[in-house]
Design a protein around this ligand. Structure first.
Ligand code: PMP
Length: 419
């Protein structure tokens, strides 16, 4: 396996961890070391490892088989999504966030008859060629192997900039859709401003452009109804994956019925777009999704989202206080149950922070691993808390931070590369 891993993100120097099992908010490596897991496999484990809500997955596969054509389970699952996601009038299931994004964009192009897509700098939308650019504040390609021609229909704009967005919408009439990750997670968790989302909603509606929220990360995490419920702005279409099936492999595209009719074999002839996938109806993933959504509904009804966000806020404050007391220049971005760290004293932005040298931050994450806390994979800087993180877990993480800062000369190391 290249790098000994099944995805570039999973590798970090000097060597990656290999995990043997997980339970609640902890995970255990193959050497038997236990960690509090705040990486949560890059987001999906919002219910923690092996949650009760997923305990029927194996039974369902045993009883029904792994894959059936049109199982009624998919209808139950689609109905659950309609209940909780504001824009969900219709649903298609697939296997990953990448596929969901590809499908939503194809749907928008078929519906509008136009080719161009607007994405924002710092937003990651999966592995499809047309979106592997603009992860930094430039149009640079993200890695080799993507022909420039694949970027020809992808327009890029700065996020949260109403003037730049409205200008583009005035100038162009060839735009099929606008896609955005409301948390701007990959770019450093610079969440959307509500005013920006309202302006984008208004301008796209006026121009007949399809608005897609990529809620692969924010779905179920920024509340039961995701970012669209959190901000009170409803897009035309939404992509979901990650927490949708709480660790099982499932993606979905949901959206307005008139747009998604391009996939409907019963709708009047044209336009008709193709969408299909061999494993779209997997019993395990659909059972997990149904169990997870039902559990999110229960947690939302009990006010547990607010409680988790409050716990993360307290944790964030305590973490910054510990760093401050140790003269470590650390700032944090936090949104609901997500966090990212930056070694800087200055309040920043996506643009000003994207050039930061993360070498010492990576060592900080490694030091925490030695203290039994997987706060993030060192190279990813993605921190996610789950409903399985209790008060004791947060306290243990803070103790580990204190211990790591006492044991290693972080103050000198950070001071050397501070910008
Ligand atoms: N969209 C967003 C916002 C993502 O963060 C990701 C993955 N991190 C994807 C799409 C792609 O999802 P997947 O890895 O399931 O293909």
């Amino acid at each position: 396996m290249p790098g000994g891993v099944s995805g570039n993100l999973r590798y970090f120097a000097p060597y990656p961890l290999y995990m043997a099992q997980g339970s609640g908010c902890t995970t255990v490596d193959v050497d038997g070391n236990e960690y509090i897991d705040c990486f949560c496999c890059n987001g999906p484990l919002l219910l923690g490892h092996r949650p009760n809500a997923l305990s029927t997955v194996a039974d369902k596969i045993e009883a029904a088989g792994a894959l059936l054509v049109n199982p009624t389970l998919m209808i139950e699952c689609a109905e659950a999504l309609k209940r909780v996601i504001p824009c969900a009038e219709q649903v298609r299931f697939l296997n990953s966030g990448t596929e969901a994004v590809m499908t939503a964009v194809r749907c928008a192009r078929a519906f509008t008859g136009k080719d161009n897509v607007v994405k924002f700098y710092g937003h990651y939308h999966g592995q499809d060629d047309q979106f592997l650019l603009g992860l930094s504040p430039t149009r640079a390609a993200f890695g080799a192997g993507v022909p420039n021609a694949h970027f020809a229909n992808t327009l890029t704009l700065p996020f949260n900039n109403i003037a730049a967005f409205e200008k583009l919408m005035r100038e162009r009439e060839d735009i099929a859709c606008v896609i955005l990750d409301p948390a701007m997670h990959s770019g450093g968790l610079w969440g959307a401003s509500k005013d920006f989302l309202i302006a984008v909603r208004d301008a796209t509606r006026k121009a007949g452009v399809v608005l897609i929220f990529d809620e692969v990360i924010t779905g179920f995490r920024m509340g039961l109804g995701g970012a669209q419920e959190y901000y009170g702005v409803t897009p035309d279409m939404t992509t979901l994956a990650k927490a949708l099936a709480a660790g099982e492999k499932l993606g979905a595209v949901v959206g307005s019925a008139d747009i998604m009719a391009v996939f409907d074999p019963l709708a009047p002839a044209s336009p008709r777009a193709f969408q299909s996938g061999t494993a779209n109806d997997g019993s395990g993933a659909l059972t997990a999704a149904l169990g997870a959504i039902t559990e999110y509904e229960r947690l939302a009804a009990e006010g547990r989202y607010q409680l988790l966000w409050w716990q993360v806020e307290q944790f964030d404050t305590a973490l910054r206080e510990i760093a401050e007391a140790a003269s470590i220049p650390l700032t944090t971005n936090r949104l609901c149950s997500m966090m990212q760290l930056f070694h800087s004293r200055r309040p920043g932005s996506f643009e000003s922070y994207s050039g930061l040298n993360n070498a010492v931050l990576e060592l900080f994450y490694l030091a925490l691993i030695n203290e039994g806390v997987l706060l993030s994979l060192p190279t990813s800087n993605h921190i996610y808390f789950s409903f399985a993180h209790d008060e004791g877990a947060f306290a243990t993480i803070l103790q580990a931070v204190t211990a790591a800062l006492e044991k290693y000369p972080f103050q000198a190391a950070f001071a050397e590369i501070i910008q």
